[in-house]
Design a protein around this ligand. Structure first.
Ligand SMILES: Nc1ncnc2c1ncn2[C@@H]1O[C@H](COP(=O)(O)OP(=O)(O)OP(=O)(O)O)[C@@H](O)[C@H]1O
Ligand SMILES: [Mg+2]
Length: 249
């Protein structure tokens, strides 16, 4: 087993009297893609919020590269390299694809307002954007306005923006929701192209995708870890079957 990049220890969360996470222990190894699945309301998004610093756990600790980061907020964690994707798009529709990507790269490199100045640095980021675009499904379309892309393509551009700075840890909450099969495959191809440099936690209700793509799978049910293992182990796991998989994917 590779060393843990992220370690969640005894994580509990509650909202009022509703306990949504109960003593979750979960390690994410450097370089792996961990699938996080479970029924609606199981606590998947709540766990990603705690891992990314968007909310604090009621109990438990979050460690990243052996450092306790439980008390660090989301922006400090982002600077350490923990990147969380969002359902809503962060794209500027009037800007071109290459500008959206270039601005995102520049912002990550130089702080939140870096895009206001530093034309040489922006030029460098745009060159990097061009190279990323040339190796992606947006090849040849870099100058098109992002707003002209379909919904699915905008989600794919959003994913490319999240992956571009090669964050050490990427937390993806249903990145393929609402995408066609082809677009979901394109999203996975983008993720695969970053594999090796990025570790990812992937939340999805698309079991085919999770079982094909992930190295390990964690099954959450009613705020508890019902199963954890390789796709084969989870497929055979009785608790996982009962909790979520039904007759199996
Ligand atoms: N801010 C909040 N205040 C109150 N209850 C919340 C809050 N956030 C989440 N919950 C509740 O916590 C439980 C877990 O929600 P969560 O969004 O983590 O589930 P999920 O596994 O991501 O579900 P889905 O698959 O539908 O996205 C649900 O019962 C939800 O209603
Ligand atoms: Mg959710």
């Amino acid at each position: 087993m590779k060393p843990a990049l992220l370690h969640l220890r005894g994580i509990s969360q509650s909202f009022g009297s509703l306990q949504v996470l109960r003593g979750i222990d979960l390690s994410i190894a450097a370089g792996e893609t961990l699938g996080l699945i479970g029924p609606n309301g199981a606590g998947k998004t709540s766990l990603l919020n705690i891992a990314s610093g968007f909310s604090r756990p009621r109990a438990g600790r979050v460690c990243f590269q052996e450092r306790d980061i439980t008390r660090l907020g989301a922006s400090r964690r982002a600077r350490l390299g923990i990147m969380r994707s969002f359902q809503s798009s962060r794209i500027f529709p009037q800007h071109s694809i290459r500008h959206n990507l270039g601005l995102a790269l520049r912002t990550v490199r130089g702080g939140a307002y870096a895009w206001m100045g530093g034309s040489a640095a922006l030029r460098e980021s745009l060159e990097q954007a061009d190279s990323l675009i040339a190796h992606s499904l947006f090849r040849g379309r870099g100058d098109a306005p992002a707003g002209a892309l379909s919904y699915g393509e905008q989600r794919l551009l959003d994913l490319l923006i999240s992956l571009a700075p090669r964050p050490p840890l990427l937390l993806l909450d249903e990145p393929t929701a609402g995408l066609s099969r082809q677009e979901a495959a394109d999203a996975m191809a983008l993720l695969r192209s970053a594999h090796g440099s990025s570790t990812a936690v992937l939340v999805s209700h698309d079991l085919d995708l999770i079982f094909e793509y992930c190295d390990r799978i964690a099954v959450l049910n009613l705020g508890e870890l019902a199963a954890l293992g390789t796709p084969e182990e989870v497929r055979r796991h009785e608790g996982a079957q009962r909790a979520y998989l039904g007759s199996g994917p």
